[in-house]
Ligand binder design. Sequence first.
Ligand code: HSE
Length: 304
Amino acid sequence: MTVSDRWVRVQTPATTANLGPGFDSLGIALGLYNTVELRPAEAPVVEIIGEGADQLPTDETNLAYSSACRLAAQVGHTGHWHLKQENRIPLARGLGSSSAAIVSGIVAAQEVLGYHLDRHESLALAAEIEGHPDNVAPALLGGLTVCFEQLDGSKAAVPLDAPVGLQAVLAIPDFEVSTHEARKALPEDVPLWDAVFNTGQAAAVVAMLTSGKYDRLAEAMRDRLHQPYRAHLVPGMDALIQAAIDANARGAALSGSGPTVVALAELDDCEPVRQAMMRAARDTSAHWQSMILPLDNDGVRIVH
Ligand code: HSE
């Protein structure tokens, strides 16, 4: 193992998970990036600028830092790190900020240590740290990812190209929803016919996104496994989804565990969709910001 003492810099995309019915399995990488710089150090140092700078821990419990340590432990490296984070992904909004931290940490640590997992091994580790795979997979691999469980229980993903001609329109409220809380809102058991419904919907979403047949995507993106149980955490969720669809979005859903609402729209429709979502947002008590983002096909990358 050759440990580099130079800074390694990685850039990791935001992600939108679930895409409606693909709970814990579907995700797409978005063109909004966090950057992490990492090198070995005598003592732990964490510096953060941007989103979450006043909230995130700057000690060894920092998620990017602890993820670098998890990777290093695989090769018996127990040294400290100096880690700098430049965050642009809003925190706790369902846009994969924690996955970006995990992926950044384990990919940067591999580069520093000269010890390279393949991307599927990285995915299994990142999903184990995160607890679900559908944000870490597109953060690592880019594009549209379909996650599944392997025989040994670890997570894997089928990487696919991001859907051609679509962009993401995000409506992001000023309140946070922790994924932990949003998962506690879900029932232990769901009716068989809701599971059956979602199986078909999720398969149709993948088929439509990969074939470019977007005309019935909004119908396919309906979900019965998580959004109905989370709606009370995001006042206005259903109204924003409907407003986006009425304004010609191809489909819309809660982004990950929320509270962001994401619409997928063709390029010329993005601005009207954004405006329609913002109009619907005025009927809620929250303040919302919006973003129109391209989809990312690359996933995490080392920046030289
Ligand atoms: N699939 C996860 C959930 C994504 O919905 O809880 C979290 O962003």
